[in-house]
Design a protein around this ligand. Structure first.
Ligand code: HEM
Length: 193
């Protein structure tokens, strides 16, 4: 498995509770119990407002991948999509909806939204997103993070966001000179949006 995250850093438990919720929803309680046993973790590692070493997060992701047979990048993409549904149905819904009611506004406010999360979760190391260019059919974003190995997660998040805002299209990832560029190919917003 490729190296994910950085040794010595921490990740808030809400990531673990979201991963648990994804497995329970998509694969059922019995599969979750198998995965939990493989991690060697217990319920105390699933407290939203506590933070845990990135190694713990890696154990959860690794155990899901091993049990389901999915490659880690595919799993992270699925998790990114799921996270949007999870966050918009959680206590963070209001933070999310306050950030915009269409994709362009939301992307403009994304860093500010994460900064307000960081005020409540001071140990968080949150990524930043910069819009490099935007035309009606295409948006290019630069993703910056202290962590490695999460580009699949970002891809899934962006697909999930497009879907949430009623847009059809695709997301392409391109590493350029060590930088992480994502291109959103945006077809016309679905009329139901
Ligand atoms: C209400 C919505 C959201 C909340 C409450 C939230 C909160 C968080 C939290 C607590 C972390 C863990 C940071 C840590 O513990 O060090 C995180 C990580 C992350 N978030 Fe968000 N987030 C939200 C939405 C989004 C959206 C919409 C995107 C992108 C489109 C995004 C991108 C990421 C990424 C990529 C990470 C992984 C960490 C990294 O790349 O370094 N988040 N977020």
């Amino acid at each position: 498995m490729s190296v994910l995250f950085v040794y010595g850093w921490t990740m808030y438990g809400m990531i673990h509770t979201a991963a648990r919720s994804m497995v329970r929803d998509q694969l059922g309680e019995a599969t979750w119990n198998i995965i939990l046993a493989r991690t060697g973790l217990s319920e105390e590692h699933f407290i939203t407002a506590k933070h845990y070493s990135d190694e713990t997060t890696l154990r959860v992701i690794g155990a899901i991948a091993d049990t389901t047979g999915h490659a880690v990048p595919d799993l992270l993409r699925n998790f990114g999509k799921y996270w949007i549904k999870y966050a918009t149905a959680s206590a963070y819904r209001s933070i999310f909806t306050l950030s915009g009611n269409n994709l362009d506004t939301f992307l403009t406010n994304l860093n500010r939204m994460h900064m307000s999360v960081a005020r409540m979760m001071p140990e968080a190391r949150l990524p930043t997103f910069e819009t490099l260019s935007s035309t009606p059919g295409e948006t290019e974003l630069l993703y910056r993070s202290d962590r490695d190995g999460l580009t699949g997660f970002v891809e899934g998040l962006l697909i999930g966001l497009m879907d949430y805002f009623g847009e059809a299209g695709t997301v392409e990832y391109r590493p350029v000179g060590g930088q992480h560029i994502f291109r959103l190919n945006r077809e016309a917003a679905r009329s139901a949006a």
